[in-house]
Design a protein around this ligand. Sequence first.
Ligand code: UD1
Length: 419
Amino acid sequence: MEKLVVKGPTPLKGEVTISGAKNAAVAILPATLLIDGVCTIENLPNISDIKIYCTILEKLGAKITWNNEHSITIDTSNITTTKAPLDLTSKFRASYYMIGAMLSRKGEIEVGMPGGCKLGARPIDQHIKGFELLGANVTVEKGKIYAKAKKLKGCPIYMDIVSVGATINVMLSAVLAKGTTIIDNAAKEPHIVDVANFLNTMGADIRGAGTDVIKINGVEKLKGNATYSVVPDQIEAGTFMLAAVATRGDLLIKNCITKHLESITAKIIEIGGNVEDNGDSIRVWCTKRPNRATIKTLPYPGFPTDLQPQMGVVLSLANGTSTINESIWDSRFQYTEELNKMGAKITAHGKTAFFEGVKKLYGAPVYSSDLRAGAALVIAGTAAEGETEIYNLEHIDRGYENIEEKFRKIGAKIERVTE
Ligand code: UD1
């Protein structure tokens, strides 16, 4: 078993470079299934979700050449099966993007129910509603999803809930459909724009991504033969911004799009931190104990739920009592029990948690319950006095490229140890 051992407290200082966005990359990889040809994808994060996705695509018949650890050339001209390997697809959430992509490309797909972080109920009714409106038959049975369609036909689709996954999935299924699809009440996250940009580069006709109405004019074929670079990871950048504040450090975060970070920047300034926005890099520093705050997580451009646990660490150490209201997921406060083991004073009731700020956290053995909770514990361990052992690293490795190396380069005393 592996664990991370962190010795603190250390103010994180120096420069860190952000990787490509996990949530964009895990949608762009299945989007290659729409191409009857070859394309190259660059700036892929070197994380386990990407490696698993590449294996799944290979099992479907794609040919992948790794150009380096962040770039692949993928040939999807010969897709030989419509059955995705169940053991692999159940390992993470984004395997559901194969439904939209394969319905478009092959008119059929059998895939396991998606896995991913346990954040409470994660229904996919809006995905299924979209596929059915476009003309597919979808059956969910014995842990499998089976979808079939003759020729998908574009139509208006109103999303009852703002959903990142459903917006992308419907976009994937509509790209090669006959006629025009209009997604109303679409999600607006940067990775939705990135997937649309990728598809348009390959020959799709998608307009309005990044607004709440997306119009997709179906095209006959995606031509491929192009290179695309994945957008920088907004959540990884936000994780380091909050790490700078929690440890009272000073970080220059390079290769990010600061426009995507506005909600985090605003909160950091509100609680007394400092931010210098350089467009493609951002400097964050903090010289005093942060002030209390009230946070509500919301779809983009609101404060992202995927930075809620990292913000929770900052507020555990703030002056006064803070409140976080988690409006996206039912069960995203599991990490607060771990922070309480480290001396935090947090009370969580349902979707609201109260953080009575303490002056110090202390090292303890803690368990990561999900991906972002794991990142929060790394920040907490760096800010805390003494030694913190973090277990369940498989969650962190799904979404953060070489987390201990990146933290070590900015001063953290962190080691991965095999027990
Ligand atoms: C994506 C992200 C995840 C992030 C989340 C919200 C990926 C791979 N994962 O997850 O890290 O936390 O966005 O920013 O990109 N819902 C329904 N029915 C549906 C779909 C969603 O009720 O068919 C609900 C969900 O239960 C949740 C809300 O809508 O309450 C938002 O979920 P959604 O945006 O779909 O999240 P994911 O795409 O799963």
